[in-house]
Design a protein around this ligand. Structure first.
Ligand SMILES: Cc1c2[nH]c(c1CCC(=O)O)Cc1[nH]c(c(CCC(=O)O)c1C)Cc1[nH]c(c(CCC(=O)O)c1C)Cc1[nH]c(c(C)c1CCC(=O)O)C2
Length: 362
């Protein structure tokens, strides 16, 4: 797949340099869920509109992606969309219910239900609206910062498709792993195939980096992670990279396995340039365990944003000292919550830029 678009020249490449472990003047920073309900302008724009309708409008996705960039000097943008557009593309109904979150009226119950899924998904037809949103946003960004595309990882999507929504135990989905391992692998493989095509489509449309969200890694133990998550995460990176290499493209990939610290060593050897971390890992030990093989991204506790600004600044300084300023992308350990104060988000971004510049001068 060749990139047929002529996009504006990139002016701030600190995020891409950090992905590749290259030196930068300051540590780049962005926040998961930076386009979200903590911003009054987001709430106003989204008011009265269906969530997935919004996802299907390239102009709306573009506007929501750009909103946080108008307020804060983030070093990357992430396209506004959702991981659950993939189950939709495979034929499942998914709704966003206010106060409840994503809901599947008819989740998968037994292995026979796999027959109800589209066996072969034409990503251009089913997810072309995401590609259009990416192309439009890349143009509208005007080279200010790079644009990140993303996907849910196979296990995380499988869990949603079986649970039918959020869950604390994920026991319905884990029941499949223990009771129907073959059907589980079949579903994970189907998802992997769609995800690879979907990510390649995002790059062709203009995405300059890709993040894979394994948000439900934490409910797996090391053994189940080895069997049902890691091989598919590896497959995705290898297949996407092999294809991109053929067309001479180099797009860094980030893997974020939330609460998956037991898999850190393996994740650092899974063909991803960057490993994302939640806040339950100490920066120094994350560096040691990944042995300098990858760049790291994360990992301030999102709740630290409830602290006064001076305290946020101290926490950021410690975090930067722990990770070091090279091969590091500052972020939170998970997404921003709707009740967070945009001013404190601004304080977080400023603290990363200021402290990292000072540390680089030492
Ligand atoms: C698990 C997951 C989902 N979606 C996503 C994940 C993986 C990351 C993670 O672990 O949080 C990924 C996602 N969802 C959204 C983005 C956009 C980009 C960004 O990070 O700014 C991204 C990267 C927008 C969104 N996706 C959603 C919102 C909020 C709802 C709204 O705008 O009305 C946003 C901004 C909805 C959503 N979508 C999902 C959930 C659990 C929710 C929250 C539901 C709720 O709290 O009511 C599924």
């Amino acid at each position: 797949m060749f990139c047929l678009h002529y996009f504006p020249k990139l002016k701030n490449d600190t995020f891409l340099c950090a992905c590749h472990g290259q030196e930068t003047n300051h540590v780049p920073v962005w926040c998961m869920r930076q386009a979200g309900r903590y911003l009054p302008e987001f709430r106003e724009f989204r008011a009265g509109k269906d969530f997935f309708e919004t996802c299907r409008s390239p102009a709306a996705c573009c506007e929501l992606t750009l909103q946080p960039l108008r307020r804060f000097p983030f070093d990357a943008a992430i396209i506004f969309s959702d991981i659950l557009v993939i189950p939709q593309a495979m034929g499942m109904d998914v709704q966003m219910v206010a106060g409840k979150g994503p809901t599947f009226p008819e989740p998968l119950k037994e292995p026979e239900d796999l027959l109800l899924l589209q066996p072969k998904v034409d990503v251009n037809k089913e997810l072309g609206y995401v590609f259009k949103a990416i192309t439009l946003t890349r143009h509208k960004l005007d080279g200010k910062v790079p644009l990140i595309g993303f996907t849910g990882a196979p296990w995380t999507l499988m869990a949603y498709m079986i649970e039918g929504g959020g869950s604390t135990t994920h026991s319905k989905a884990k029941r499949w792993l223990y009771r129907h391992p073959e059907a589980s692998h079949k579903l994970l493989k189907m998802l992997t195939d769609v995800i690879v095509e979907y990510l390649l489509g995002q790059v062709a449309a203009g995405a300059q980096a890709l993040q894979v969200f394994e948000s439900h890694a934490g409910c797996l133990g090391p053994v189940e992670f080895q069997e049902f998550s890691l091989p598919y995460l590896r497959d995705i990176a290898r297949k996407v990279k092999d294809q991109l290499k053929e067309s001479g493209q180099d797009v860094p990939m980030i893997v974020f396995a939330k609460d998956g610290h037991y898999g850190l060593e393996d994740l650092s050897q899974s063909h991803y340039e960057v490993v994302g971390l939640d806040w339950t890992i100490d920066p120094r030990s994350a560096r040691e365990r990944t042995g300098g093989k990858v760049s790291l991204q994360g990992n301030m506790d999102p709740c630290a944003l409830y602290a006064p600004k001076e305290r946020i600044s101290e926490i950021v300084k410690k975090m930067l000292e722990g990770f070091g300023t090279r091969g590091y992308i500052a972020n939170l350990g998970h997404g921003l919550y709707p009740d967070m104060d945009p001013e404190n988000v601004g304080a977080f971004v400023e603290a990363v830029h200021t402290h990292s510049r000072h540390l680089n001068l030492k």
